[in-house]
Design a protein around this ligand. Structure first.
Ligand code: SAH
Length: 242
């Protein structure tokens, strides 16, 4: 009986796991197709990108979103939707992750900063494209869990920290691009300071109860800023003491 149990456990391990992995690959590919069709829809009226670069698509195809959601959400991991990740927070919709990543125009020698680590998924997508990723989360249990997850998945080029991202990560500045994944009432001045000339900040602006807009802020070589409104979005609020 014991042996039979051991055998079935072994079968479960060697047979079920690979099949599930293949299913996840298929589901992830379908998710990417949905993200692409969402782009075709929204680019008609938004000032956003009308195409996603091949590297952004490859990163979405690669990063296993099901590893970034709680067990109760694994079956929904490849829906093109935001999902709860605990502590009242959410992992962003894959389309929004793709759009924000595209707007950042990350190059492979870039150093980028993320405010709002959450599950670590966006950081992992950025880690596929950038040289190094710095990510700050204000909720300690989320930040610690994401840090452990990214480490166990082998993302050595991501550094995380628990703290208030409003103030950026001064010791690691300047950054080539900055992404804020929670809605703020304004662009935090410390982030503008920590951005290289020629760099970009992608940030949702607005309050929790009013329409928020995804904004692209570019810092010109002379230090001046240009701001472009991309599309209406809905994010959890940027919290903290500022
Ligand atoms: N990028 C995340 C999604 C994050 S949701 C992902 O891929 O899963 C937004 C996150 O921003 C939440 O986890 C929230 O706790 C965090 N946050 C809110 N205000 C913050 C602040 N001032 N500094 C750092 N993180 C903050």
């Amino acid at each position: 009986m014991k042996r039979l149990f051991a055998l079935s456990a072994l079968l479960m391990y060697c047979c079920v796991t690979p099949i599930q992995a293949v299913e996840f690959d298929v589901l992830r590919h379908q998710m990417v197709q949905e993200v692409l069709s969402d782009l075709a829809e929204t680019s008609k009226y938004s000032g956003g990108s009308s195409i996603f670069g091949p590297h952004v698509i490859a990163a979405l195809e690669k990063v296993e979103r099901h590893r970034f959601v709680p067990t109760s959400q694994v079956s929904s991991a490849y829906l093109n939707r935001p999902l709860p990740i605990g502590n009242g927070q959410t992992i962003s919709q894959p389309f929004i992750v793709a759009l924000m990543t595209e707007l950042m125009q990350v190059k492979d020698d870039d150093k980028v900063l993320e405010i709002g680590t959450g599950s670590g998924y966006q950081a992992a997508v950025l880690a596929e494209l950038a040289n190094s990723v710095y990510s700050i989360e204000i909720i300690k249990p989320l930040g610690e869990k994401a840090s452990e997850r990214l480490r166990s998945l082998g993302y050595q080029n991501v550094k995380t920290r628990v703290g208030d991202g409003y103030y950026g990560w001064q010791e690691a500045a300047p950054f080539d691009a900055i992404i804020v994944t929670a809605a703020a009432s304004h662009v935090p001045p410390p982030l503008i300071k920590q951005l290289k000339p020629g760099g970009r900040i992608v940030i949702p602006l607005g309050t929790q109860f009013m329409t928020q807009f995804l904004m692209l802020v570019e810092k010109m070589e002379d230090g001046s800023l240009t701001t472009r409104q991309i599309l209406p979005v809905r994010f959890v609020p940027l919290t903290g003491g500022h």
